[in-house]
Design a protein around this ligand. Structure first.
Ligand code: DQA
Length: 139
């Protein structure tokens, strides 16, 4: 089973960015963790990160007919992007949404997610473990 893991803007700044919220481990550590989890679950993963909404839309469109599942942390685009929601709807690939932090216990604007409208499941507030649970959903 082939899974595309998409991380949105500023997640490449993990370790530097608000460590009290997102933890001290960096983005390389997250990618290594995701690869190890995928191996343990016998899933093939492709990892993609972008700070650009259109690039994320492009990679979702290109996933059509190629991937069996998408794990996405759309980061700030979670709360703003109808384009990412529409791309996920267009390809119809089962999607699990992940957030490192507990978006529901932070600022009001983080409580709304466009991606949740299409996601089979949303996992928030578990740090790196959320990605493991998302992969486990597909396994
Ligand atoms: C995030 C939560 C978002 O609100 C925020 O904009 C992010 C990261 C998370 O993983 O907790 O960049 O998606």
């Amino acid at each position: 089973m082939k899974i595309l893991v998409i991380n949105g803007p500023n997640l490449n700044m993990l370790g530097i960015r608000e460590p009290d919220i997102y933890g001290k481990q960096d983005f390389d550590a997250l990618q290594k963790y995701i690869r190890e989890c995928a191996d343990a679950l016998s899933l093939k993963v492709t990892l993609f990160q972008s700070n650009h909404e259109g690039e994320i839309v492009d990679v979702i469109q290109a996933a059509y007919g190629v991937y069996d599942g998408i794990v996405i942390n759309p980061a700030a685009y979670t709360h703003t992007s109808v384009a990412i929601l529409d791309a996920l709807k267009a390809v119809g690939i089962p999607t699990v949404e992940v957030h490192l932090s507990d978006v529901n216990s932070r600022e009001e604007f983080r409580r709304h997610s466009f991606v949740s409208l299409v996601a089979k499941k949303t996992i928030a507030g578990l740090g790196f473990e959320g990605y493991r649970q998302a992969l486990e959903y597909f396994a």
